[in-house]
Design a protein. Structure first.
Length: 127
């Protein structure tokens, strides 16, 4: 099955040896996004709600570049350095997803790239 690399300047560029997303058939694998601002290497300086929002905005931009949107996400993984922020993820998530919601996992981690407090990756299926 041929693979297509997805890239957009509307989301932060990859900061390592990976692609923003890879499409294989109708499935798109979106790499982890932290609250980096597009076009730079700076983390969003806002509160946790603003950082979570930035992550969803980054995922949305990559999903759009792949020819879909967050509505096409079937699996979302959330990584938090402090699981007490999980209710806030739920609050922000309803602005980006409508039922039926994607399958999801939330994992508490000790550390994330660039000192971020949140990271998310996703799997999307598009027509």
């Amino acid at each position: 099955m041929p693979k297509t690399v997805i890239s957009t300047d509307q989301a932060p560029q990859a900061i390592g040896t990976y692609s923003q997303a890879v499409k294989a058939g109708r499935t798109v694998y979106l790499s982890g996004q932290i609250p980096l601002l597009p076009g730079g290497a700076e983390l969003h300086a806002g509160d946790m709600r603003a950082q979570i929002t930035q992550v969803f905005e980054n995922l949305s931009a990559v999903a759009k570049a792949a020819g879909g949107g967050l509505r096409d996400v079937v699996k979302l993984n959330v990584y938090l350095t402090d699981l007490s922020h999980f209710p806030l993820v739920n609050e922000v998530m309803v602005a980006y997803f409508k039922p039926p919601y994607p399958a999801r996992a939330a994992v508490g981690v000790a550390q994330l790239p660039r000192g971020a407090a949140v990271e998310m990756d996703a799997v999307m299926v598009i027509d």
